[in-house]
Ligand binder design. Sequence first.
Ligand code: NAD
Ligand code: SER
Length: 312
Amino acid sequence: MTDKILVIGSSGQIGTELVMKLRQIYGSANVVASDLKEGSAEIMQSGPFEILDALDAVKIHEVVKKHKINQVYLLAALLSATAEQNPKFGWKLNMEGLFHILDMAKEKIISKVYWPSSIAVFGPTTPRQNTPQFTVMEPNTVYGISKQAGERWCEYYFNKYGVDVRSLRYPGLIGWKAAPGGGTTDYAVHIYHQALKTGDYECFLSENTTLPMMYMDDAINATVNLMLADAEKIKVRSSYNIAGMSFSPKEIAASIQKHIPSFTISYNPDFRQAIADSWPQSIDDTVANKNWGWKAAHDLQKLTETMLTNLK
Ligand code: NAD
Ligand code: SER
């Protein structure tokens, strides 16, 4: 059977790049993008698109039926900073959207689900260096709580109903094709834009706030490789740790200064500092590496070169 894929929340930072990669692999006509709003010109012109609300189960069923969809990638969510400002709605969107898709898989209307989790599932009591796959998890943000609950439900639907659901705990993602959508790690995208535009940047995190990060290409490769892997290789049905690089605002600024010596950074931490302080500084991804061969390709130096070259 030909795989027919629906991506929900396709107009955001990840969807903008993931849809194009999926269209390369599965054929443009077989990957339906969908969101509350239209996507990039590239997405709108290269294949099918539907206006779709992740909270509207009836419309999702209609779209799935219309396009004979058998796989769903559910990206629609409120991210950490936005959810903290609207906790009740963050919980509603992040949980109800997931249940609609897991239930469709339980009813065998679709056969495979991708749902992203986050390093936000960890909290202040988690070991912060080389955070293991299995460890203490007491998230203290609404986003982290929703992602942790989502992971538990994914594993539950796999164990109880045999739902083939797969997930990655993305670190902060950095790409040049689309703007980030309201996370705590967004500074690491904004800084490159500002470096080229004005030559200075005021950071909302303090200079030594180290967080796990990843170049978007690595995240997209991890996603498609996880989804293409044989089911028996997927031993973790909650969500896999994946690691790229770790750096602080001071370190990313220094890497930019190697290319733009006059670049300056200042620090004005806001409410996002407390979120960042509750998250790991680096991630141990040996389980993903062992199970399905995951390995990142980009380090900070390569990331900075790629971002500056493409944004210019
Ligand atoms: P984003 O905010 O850039 O994009 C989300 C998209 O979902 C937006 O285009 C938005 O219009 C759409 N959307 C919002 N509500 C919707 C609804 N009700 N119905 C349909 N679409 C809706 O987010 P992103 O960075 O692309 O993240 C996608 C997923 O990956 C999220 O689940 C997020 O938690 C997860 N994630 C992202 C990162 C990151 O650094 N970007 C890290 C960890 C996890
Ligand atoms: N980049 C995301 C955020 O900051 C991590 O899940 O919310």
